[in-house]
Ligand binder design. Structure first.
Ligand SMILES: [Zn+2]
Length: 433
């Protein structure tokens, strides 16, 4: 933190946001002088913020340790167990729910309301991927080191800083390491959390990756589907002429990739995985295709999914019509929805955004609002205030084996997370502890 950040004015700004964000109506501007008398609360915040400066090595080490515990989507339990130990060590009331989320509760003075700070446990890397962390100078390299090693490290660091500083929030805080964020996890961890706490849930802060120059406040609607085409199958020579599922899939796919999508609302599609067949000299009995579709407008998604069905249906028809031997059977196809993420948007006047903006100002950060598909989709789609933010430092190569992370300046991101969280929960006065 630079000296300028310690100026009384900055502390006043933070203090105002901390003491006006909570459960009761916002304290009117004229009440500012009263805020001065509540400064003791801020000495705890200051202690917590300083904890990040003095524990860089601990945070780096925990990030590396957690990253080296494999956690493919649907196989997060080992990493979850490690987070559970860290949560317990800082006095949280820890539990695991039925889908495998680790939940650490810090009770506030107002238990009727809850704020969630979460980071997803899972990675896109399949079991068996070498997740050894290689350290060279200030750089750590490993699959998942940034997404979401950085988020998990921040989650446990913020929990520990709050514990060390003996901060008591107004609203209950749930620290959550959740499952199933990536790919076909379909946000199942966050869905379970929102389901369980929906009535009391006031805000959700999602930590994902490193970057602090953007804030996801708009949930990108997406749909993920799998197309399966099945046929009789046979020998490449002796059965030549029977309908071939791969041919049909290719015919349909070529039609689909010519589908026009609007630039606004921005709409995208990706043919991400294609598989089928058993050997080079066999006519396959099955072909599969996975498609990811995203849009700023949910109507476009509906249109795009309909287009895909149409194209595959036509591809199958073309293949059937051009086959010269239909005696062994015909092609069947189906389209299965693997995942569907709803859209939604955080209002410009929300308390959570105000808290984040105040935190940004305090740490001297500038961030722009973006739309993306994250765990925040679930609360946002239900009108619950939520953001997804990075945890600080620098990272790159997400979802690749060359993923890397550098923790220089990470403290800025961690302070921003802590201040945003405290802004969203409010702080109990010291005397009430
Ligand atoms: Zn992530």
């Amino acid at each position: 933190m630079t000296p300028a950040h310690d100026s009384p004015l900055k502390w006043l700004a933070v203090s105002v946001i901390l003491l006006t964000m909570p459960t009761r109506p916002v304290v009117p501007f004229s009440a500012r002088p009263a805020v001065f008398s509540q400064f003791p609360g801020n000495s705890q915040v200051r202690t917590a913020l300083e904890w990040f400066d003095s524990h860089r090595a601990w945070i780096d080490d925990e990030q590396a340790r957690l990253t080296e515990i494999p956690a493919p989507t649907f196989q997060e339990s080992d990493r979850a167990a490690a987070v559970k130990v860290l949560f317990s060590a800082v006095g949280l009331e820890v539990s695991t729910d039925k889908v495998g989320n680790v939940i650490g509760l810090l009770r506030g003075t107002n238990e009727k309301e809850i704020v969630v700070l979460s980071a997803h446990l899972d990675t896109v890397f399949p079991a068996g991927t070498d997740v050894t962390v290689h350290r060279e100078k200030n750089r750590m390299s490993a699959p998942g080191i940034s997404d979401n090693g950085a988020g998990l490290a921040a989650l446990v660091a913020v929990a520990r800083a709050i514990h060390e500083a003996r901060i008591r929030p107004q609203r209950n805080i749930l620290f959550i390491a959740d499952v199933g964020e990536e790919g076909e996890g379909n946000l199942r961890g966050m869905r379970a959390i929102v389901d369980a706490y929906r009535d009391r849930l006031k805000a959700v802060v999602v930590l994902d990756g490193s970057s602090i120059d953007h804030v996801t406040t708009k949930a990108l609607a997406s749909r993920r589907v799998e197309v399966v085409i099945a046929g009789p199958g046979g020998h490449s020579w002796s059965d030549f002429g029977i309908p071939n599922p791969i041919n049909a899939l290719v015919r349909g796919s070529v039609r689909f990739i010519n589908t026009r999508v609007p630039a606004s609302p921005r709409t995208t599609f990706n043919l991400g995985q294609i598989e089928g067949g058993t050997s080079i000299n066999s006519i396959p009995h099955q072909a599969r295709l996975k498609v990811d579709m995203r849009s700023e407008g949910e109507d476009e998604l509906i249109r795009l999914e309909a287009a895909l069905r149409d194209c595959i249906s036509n591809g199958v028809r073309d293949e059937m019509e051009s086959s010269r031997d239909r005696s062994k059977g015909k092609l069947e196809w189906k389209l299965e929805v693997l995942g569907s993420r709803p859209g939604g948007e955080l209002g410009p006047n929300s308390h959570l955004l105000a808290a984040l903006r105040a935190a940004d100002e305090f740490v001297g950060n500038q961030s722009r609002l973006e739309r993306a598909s994250t765990d925040a989709n679930i609360p946002l789609s239900l009108g619950i205030e939520a953001v997804s933010i990075g945890a600080g430092g620098n990272g790159g190569g997400a979802h690749s084996l060359k993923e890397w992370y550098e923790s220089d300046g990470r403290e800025v991101g961690l302070k921003r997370v802590l201040l945003t969280l405290m802004g969203a929960t409010g702080m109990a006065e010291e005397k009430s502890r």
